[in-house]
Design a protein around this ligand. Structure first.
Ligand code: C2E
Ligand code: CA
Ligand code: CA
Ligand code: CA
Length: 275
């Protein structure tokens, strides 16, 4: 336990992450780690208010470096994006998620599994070909979480690729909604099924009437467009109750459950009433 804590601190050492040479070696180590099984997916439950149960999970990438310990995903994913290594990571995550969905299903839990798709990949038609082939050949029921920044950079290609995903039966979730410019044009043009309100607004829900107003308006707007709404960053019973009252569809956050290994998720799901 003490050792794990020490490793965790080491992962944030600026001497390691501050210099470009260190980051470069970290990326090559990441690619080795991917092949060597150091990279895993953690799953966080998504609770459906109406069904009163967990109906989906989000896959979140985890990397435990043998020496440096836990490496924050924002850090290594950002680096992988900048160095052009995000594609193999994402292809791995999709394959892993498909397999894990089968495992969940065999354990009696049919859940929608969400995978984060880096915006850079919405400019890559050959990535889309591969992702669609993987999902359709497996008959998997996946959701791709995407952020709007990508769509803003190269709207034509991104919107076309998102439509191809939707045609292939993949659900589309608009992640981190509200954290960027969140233009109405984006909402109007994109083929999405779900809007995910950024946790920045949900974390303040207990204290801030302004956040409450913004969240309620966003839920109404999304519903008007036929989108489901997930609130992320639900940490308190008060926030959960407020969201239920606002007609929010799904809740995700530490209150419902933290991201955990697949096996821990299966144990957790065994405790909830079966559908
Ligand atoms: P995200 O997609 O917005 O994921 C939600 C983040 O919020 C996760 O952080 C999750 O652990 C955290 N979170 C969940 N519930 C709560 C809560 O109640 N309170 C608070 N304060 N935080 C909560 P995580 O796992 O550190 O991931 C950070 C980001 O890294 C993700 O943000 C996503 O942008 C990226 N990421 C993670 N896995 C992948 C992946 O497989 N592919 C890609 N492209 N990006 C990924
Ligand atoms: Ca996400
Ligand atoms: Ca998010
Ligand atoms: Ca995020």
């Amino acid at each position: 336990q003490a050792r794990a804590a020490k490793r965790h601190v080491a992962a944030f050492d600026p001497a390691v992450y501050g210099d470009p040479a260190g980051n470069l070696s970290l990326i090559s180590e990441l690619m080795t780690a991917l092949r060597g099984g150091e990279v895993t997916l953690a799953y966080q439950p998504k609770y459906d208010f109406r069904a009163e149960r967990v109906t989906g999970v989000e896959a979140l990438m985890r990397w435990t470096h043998p020496r440096r310990g836990f490496v924050p995903p924002d850090l290594f994913i950002g680096m992988a994006e900048e160095t052009g290594h995000i594609r193999p990571l994402t292809e791995w995550a999709i394959d892993r998620a498909i397999e894990d969905q089968r495992t969940l299903s065999a354990a009696g839990h049919d859940l929608l599994v969400s995978v984060n798709i880096s915006g850079r990949l919405l400019a890559d038609e050959s990535f889309a070909d591969l992702a669609i082939a993987a999902v359709t050949s497996a008959g998997a029921r996946l959701c791709f979480e995407i952020t709007e920044t990508a769509v803003m950079t190269n709207p034509e290609t991104a919107l076309r690729i998102v439509s191809r995903f939707a045609d292939a039966g993949i659900s589309i979730s608009l992640d981190d909604y509200g954290s960027g410019l969140s233009s109405l044009a984006y909402l109007k043009q994109i083929r999405a099924d779900e809007l995910k309100i950024d946790k920045a607004f949900i974390l303040g829900l207990d204290q801030s009437a302004r956040d409450g107003l913004l969240v309620k308006s966003t839920i109404d707007l999304a519903h008007g467009l036929g989108l489901k709404v997930t609130a992320e960053g639900v940490e308190t019973p008060t926030a959960l109750a407020l969201l239920r009252g606002m007609g929010c569809d799904l809740a995700q956050g530490y209150l419902i459950g933290r991201p955990v290994s697949l096996s821990a998720m299966i144990e957790r799901l065994a405790e909830q009433p079966q559908a």
